[in-house]
Design a protein around this ligand. Structure first.
Ligand code: ADP
Ligand code: MG
Length: 240
């Protein structure tokens, strides 16, 4: 493959729920190694696009290519095996299991034995700085710790593409700062990141490029500084 080929290509994808078109003719490329911000007002279709990329939904039109291969019809587990991991906007950790057990479940996606999955899970907890909470019951974590666990579960699958859905939303400024540092560290290891955020100010300093969704369509894309000045983007956010 040509190194300049995108790691992910979303090609003219549409998905409707009844009469509501959640994604309309969405086309975007993601380059290997970049941090891409996917922003837009509530209801713009950001989480739906993550669901299409990770295989929760199939589009009614268009294709999704990952590392050059058409994955449009592959089930979620196969996409995970190929290197796509995602977090959910509403954390989906197993509340009654402890933190280490939760991350071990993620690691089992690529480790054959329980022992090696557990070792990988411990490494992942180090990466997200949750080692001190390894034995804590997930349901008893604080909201920022739950976000970290959600990221750890995704990272433990060994992704090359990581989809983060509003992992910084609702954090205090200092928690958000720590979250930004964590995402930078992950990206520095060569993992391509797409970050969904609703609040522009949070993501813009972190991302290499931004794509703005509005009413299911791509409204603008480019460098963060360009996108925040775009008249259409400003109007879309003001109209919220
Ligand atoms: P965002 O993440 O940008 O806030 P979503 O992708 O969650 O937006 O939703 C886009 C639109 O699709 C919204 O109007 C939402 O209500 C609708 N939607 C999302 N998922 C479903 C679903 N499973 N069934 C029906 N409507 C949905
Ligand atoms: Mg969403």
């Amino acid at each position: 493959a040509d190194p300049s080929d995108p790691i992910l290509r979303v090609d003219d994808v549409t998905l409707a729920f009844g009469g509501l078109v959640a994604n309309r003719d969405v086309t975007l490329d993601v380059r290997g190694g970049e941090i891409l911000g996917l922003i837009g007002p509530n209801g713009a279709g950001k989480s739906t696009l993550f669901n299409l990329i990770s295989g929760v939904y199939r589009p009614s039109k268009g294709r999704i290519l990952f590392e050059g291969a058409d994955i449009t019809r592959l089930p979620p587990a196969e996409r995970c095996r190929r290197g796509i991991a995602r977090t959910f906007q509403v954390p989906r950790s197993f509340d009654s299991m402890n933190v280490l057990e939760n991350v071990t479940v993620g690691a089992l996606a690529r480790h054959r034995t329980a022992a090696s999955a557990r070792r990988a899970a411990l490494d992942t907890l180090e990466r997200v700085e949750l080692t001190h909470r390894a034995e804590a019951v997930a349901g008893e974590l604080t909201p920022p710790e739950k976000r970290r666990l959600e990221v750890a579960r995704a990272l433990a699958t060994g992704p090359r593409l990581l989809l983060l859905d509003e992992v910084l939303t609702g954090l205090t400024p200092s928690e958000a700062k720590a979250g930004v540092a964590l995402i930078r560290r992950v990206a520095a290891t060569g993992v391509t990141v797409i970050m969904v955020e609703h609040v522009m100010e949070v993501v813009m300093p972190l991302v290499d490029r931004a794509v703005v969704l509005h009413l299911g369509s791509v409204l603008a894309q480019g460098l963060p500084a360009e996108v925040v000045r775009d008249d259409g983007v400003i109007t879309a956010y003001l109209g919220e």
